[in-house]
Design a protein. Structure first.
Length: 512
């Protein structure tokens, strides 16, 4: 977007751009979200910043009226596959809090000096400033949503000291932590004792519209003991850097504002930023559904589906290694068969240290799969060996991938593995790094979805302009087109007579 496109967005107070850029006003010294209700400033007094960190570094403070830190994140970090986008995904996952700038730079293959120069040029702020802004956002969320002690919030948000925390809150919000907490407008539960693993309830911001079908997608793939899901909720256990965690997300379409409520049953506070980031990625909460639907709806093949299901989301992953194993098991078999195999495999996992009713196990680590997978997995020996070899490579560190990769990087790391092909890489890219422009052309469900669209699925935009079979007209949102085709195929399958015949020779892949 250029300056005037952004200026028109703030003049219209367009809420869908909140979090995608920030508006700084020189005459007031503050920065706002695009939908701020304050009077639109003169264009000559406005500077736009890609990140709140850049606005901080330029000397601006957050608006107390619109609270620009309380917004969804930008979808640009998934669309952008450059160093800046990859770095932001890792920063949001808490890499700097755990490993410092040197650790972030090492993951990206640059020196810390080079990385600082790249991010300062691209985003207007260096890695430390970007991490500081992320900590401030986490701290604000905890201050206004919980009654955790301020000192505990400081360390939970990733600050190294209470003094640093107080200084940052003062600089960013022009308020003390206590004053910021006093701005909360809802009832809070009684104070809880400070413990290393604690329970929290938070509201997750997102851009509307929101299609809750992502919950159904996760529910039909849920592994008992590790996950639970319904058409409007999802819960699971997971392993984080400092310990086991457990969470549940509930969507209430009938309540005012249609809130998404995150209930964290247990988490080490040091892991909280990482958990929040992964839950947001899991449910694709930083997507811009209006922009996506506008492009998808322009295709006559998908127009009806987009109208019927606005705001479709692309499920992410809370653990990249787990997702690769699930994808490999799902190759050439149905979702139900893959789920059965994963239930058997889950026996190799350990008991959770923070169990709850129905959630008492952790998905097995790569080490556990490499050691016990041969005995637990069924099917062709070649497939079993491929899965065990991939697990062994991850366990030894020879295979290291995650949120900081791009699609070419994933291809170079995963394709050499026996049993891994383009479908697996594309599926992992969609769910781990949120790659928005993956079209799984050889996926059986995608082909079934295309056939279900009508007798002439190729269609045409206008006479003489046939549409491409790989939906390239919808770039860079073809991953969301894939989600619509999966949905179409599932609906057609549910509506088909039970005696419908499916060729046993038709290749199948289960999107696990």
């Amino acid at each position: 977007m250029d300056f005037w496109q952004r200026y028109r967005a703030i003049d219209a107070r367009d809420i869908r751009f909140d979090g995608q850029f920030y508006t700084a006003v020189r005459t007031t010294g503050i920065y706002c979200r695009p939908s701020c209700p304050a009077r639109t400033p003169k264009a000559g007094n406005v500077t736009f910043y890609e990140t709140s960190a850049a606005a901080h570094d330029a000397g601006y403070r957050a608006c107390k009226r619109c609270l620009p830190e309380a917004v969804p994140g930008t979808p640009a970090w998934n669309v952008r596959s450059d160093i800046a986008g990859r770095a932001m995904r890792l920063i949001n996952d808490g890499v700097i809090n755990r490993d410092g700038v040197e650790g972030l730079a090492a993951r990206l293959g640059y020196s810390s000096r080079q990385l600082n120069r790249i991010l300062s040029h691209e985003l207007g702020a260096g890695p430390l400033s970007l991490a500081r802004a992320s900590r401030a956002q986490t701290a604000r969320t905890l201050l206004v949503s919980t009654t955790i002690k301020v000192a505990d919030i400081a360390f939970a948000a990733g600050f190294s000291s209470v003094r640093q925390f107080n200084e940052t809150i003062g600089e960013v919000f022009a308020m003390t932590p206590s004053a910021l907490r006093a701005t909360a407008r809802h009832h809070r539960s009684p104070p809880q004792a400070a413990v290393s693993s604690t329970a929290l309830t938070l509201n997750l911001p997102y851009r509307e519209p929101f299609d809750p079908g992502v919950f159904s997608f996760l529910a039909v793939r849920a592994i008992p003991g590790v996950e639970e899901g319904t058409s409007s909720s999802y819960a699971r256990t997971l392993r984080l850097a400092h310990g086991d965690a457990r969470f549940q997300v509930d969507y209430n379409a009938e309540a005012s504002g249609r809130p998404l409520l995150l209930s964290i049953g247990a988490v080490d506070l040091r892991d909280l930023p990482s958990l929040l980031s992964r839950v947001r990625r899991l449910l694709d909460l930083d997507a811009d559904p209006v922009a996506i639907d506008e492009v998808l709806g322009s295709d006559p093949r998908l127009a009806a589906g987009v109208t019927a299901t606005p705001g479709i989301r692309m499920p992410g992953a809370v653990d990249p290694q787990e997702l690769l194993i699930r994808a490999m098991i799902g190759q050439q078999i149905t979702v139900a068969a893959a789920r059965t195999a994963l239930i058997r495999l889950s026996a190799a996992g350990s008991d959770s240290l923070v169990p709850a009713v129905g959630l008492h196990r952790l998905f097995p680590t790569a080490e556990q799969i490499a050691a016990d997978g041969l005995e637990l997995l069924r099917g062709p020996q070649r497939r079993v060996d491929s899965i065990r070899n991939a697990a062994a490579a991850m366990a030894s560190g020879r295979l290291d991938f995650g949120y900081g990769d791009d699609l070419p990087g994933l291809e170079s790391k995963l394709l050499p593995l026996p049993g891994v092909g383009p479908w697996t890489v594309g599926y992992v890219a969609m769910r781990v790094i949120g790659a928005p422009d993956v079209f799984l052309a050889n996926d059986a469900a995608v082909r079934n979805g295309i056939r279900s669209l009508g007798p002439d699925p190729d269609g045409a935009v206008s006479p003489g302009q046939p549409l491409s079979p790989d939906f390239r007209e919808l770039s860079p949102w073809r991953s969301y087109a894939t989600m619509h085709l999966w949905r179409t195929a599932a609906l057609a399958r549910a509506a088909a007579p039970k005696t419908s015949f499916i060729s046993p020779l038709a290749p199948k892949k289960a999107a696990l």
